[in-house]
Write a protein that binds this ligand. Structure first.
Ligand code: EPU
Length: 420
């Protein structure tokens, strides 16, 4: 088991460069399957989910050249199978994008039930509803999702819940369908827009991504292209919270300020000073921070993927704060670990009541999912003594070069491998 050990009592200072967006990359790589030929994707984060995804792509016959850092050249000309079932595919949530992409191009796909972080019930009924509406049959057999269609025909689809995964997956399947698909009640996240931009660069005809309604006019074929992925709003937000917690002063580079608006505005509300400078921002703390209320929502609301991090910050702000989680039904599992460090949090249903404490005290804790891991390393930055985070592998799923980036900001961090 990998353990990350952080020595607390640091003030984050310096510069940090944000990597490509995980949740865009995990969709764009499978999306490239829709086009015969080679696509060269850059600004790809070097994280565990991407490593697993690449192994999944290779198992389909895609030739992946990863010799240039943060770049993947994918030759998708010869796809040997439409069955994505290996160990790596099982580990990632985003393996469901193989369904939409393979269904779109080959009219059939078989994929193992998606894995990923355990943050509540994670149904994919809306993905399935979309595939069926386009003309596919969908079966769940022996842990596999099997989708097949003689042909896919565009239609009107209304999503019952706003879902990033369903919006992207249906978009993938509809890209090569006959006629027009109108997808309503769509997720508006920046990564949805990034995937649509990539598909359009491959030759697709998609309009409206970033709004509630996406219109896809099916095209006959797509051709490989070059594309650079947007930067990761959640990684940026996580470092911003680290600066707020340690009362530091950091320039965060390679960001898209528009995508960070809900996070910047919340951090300004608690008292941080944030100056936007083109594709960078400077965050620093000049006064005592104050408590606040947060409600997670789909974009442009405050992201659920920042909920554990903001709770870490509120845990050390004097007074009482409230955080309402409205996206996932079980995203407070990590709170028990924060309490070990001394945080005072009580959970009632989807509401967390956080009473700020004067300080935290380092000890051994366990990450239960990716953002839970982020919350723990953030608390470790200010906790007295050492914080030892078990299951650091969860953090590696979504944070590129975590030790290197933290060290660059002055943190004393090391990793050890422990026997299970
Ligand atoms: N939902 C359904 N039916 C569906 C799909 C979703 O009821 O068919 C519900 C879910 O249960 C949830 C809500 O809709 O309550 C939103 O789920 P969504 O489909 O948007 O989530 P996802 O696509 O599975 C992505 C990210 C998550 C992020 C959510 C919400 C990827 C690979 N994952 O998941 O990222 O929390 O969107 O923004 O893109 C993370 O990065 O830490 C992470 C968990």
């Amino acid at each position: 088991m990998e353990q990350l050990i952080i020595k607390g009592g640091v003030v984050l200072e310096g510069e940090v460069k944000i990597s490509g967006a995980k949740n865009a990359a995990v969709a764009i790589l499978p999306a490239a399957l829709l086009a015969s030929g080679t696509s060269c994707i850059s600004n790809v984060p070097d994280i565990m989910d991407i490593k697993n995804l690449i192994e999944g792509l290779k198992s389909l016959g895609v030739s992946c050249d990863t010799t240039v850092e943060n770049e993947i050249k994918m030759d998708c000309t010869n796809i040997a199978t439409q069955k994505a079932v290996n160990e790596h595919v099982k580990k990632i949530r985003a393996s469901y994008y193989f369904l939409g992409a393979l269904l779109g191009r080959f009219k059939k796909a078989e994929v193992t039930m998606p894995g990923g972080c355990s943050i509540g019930d994670r149904p994919i009924d809306q993905h399935i509803k979309g595939f069926k509406a386009l003309g596919a049959t969908v079966k769940l057999e022996h842990g596999l999702i099997k989708v097949e269609a003689e042909k896919l025909v565009g239609t009107n689809i209304y999503l019952d819940v706003i879902s990033v995964g369903a919006t992207i997956n249906i978009m993938l399947a509809a890209t090569l369908a006959e006629g027009k698909t109108v997808l309503e009640n769509c997720a508006k996240e920046p990564h949805v827009v990034d995937v649509a931009n990539f598909l359009n660069k491959l030759g697709a005809n998609i309009k409206g991504a970033g709004t509630d309604t996406i219109k896809i006019v099916g095209v006959k074929e797509l051709k490989g292209t070059d594309y650079s992925i947007i930067s990761d709003q959640i990684e940026a937000g996580t470092y911003m919270v680290g600066v707020a917690m340690t009362k530091g002063d950091v320039v965060i580079k390679n960001i898209i300020p528009k995508h960070l608006e809900s996070i910047t505005s919340k951090l300004r509300e608690v008292g941080c000073t944030i100056d936007i400078m083109g594709d960078s921002l400077r965050i620093h703390v000049e006064k005592e921070l104050i408590p606040c209320r947060v409600k997670t929502m789909s974009y442009p609301g405050f992201p659920t993927d920042m909920q554990p991090q903001i709770i870490s910050l509120l845990s050390v702000i004097k007074g009482t704060s409230q955080v309402n989680e409205t996206v996932w039904d079980s995203r407070f599992q990590y709170v028990a670990e924060l309490k070990r460090l001394g945080a005072k949090i009580s959970i009632q249903g989807s509401m967390a009541n956080v009473t700020g404490v004067d300080g935290l005290s380092g000890c051994e804790v366990t990450a239960t999912d990716l953002r839970a891991g982020a919350a723990l390393f953030l608390c470790g930055l200010i906790a007295d003594g050492e914080t030892k985070i078990n299951n650091a592998i969860y953090i590696d799923r979504g944070y590129e070069k975590i030790e290197e980036k933290l060290r660059g900001l002055g943190v004393d961090v090391r990793r050890v491998t422990k026997d299970e």
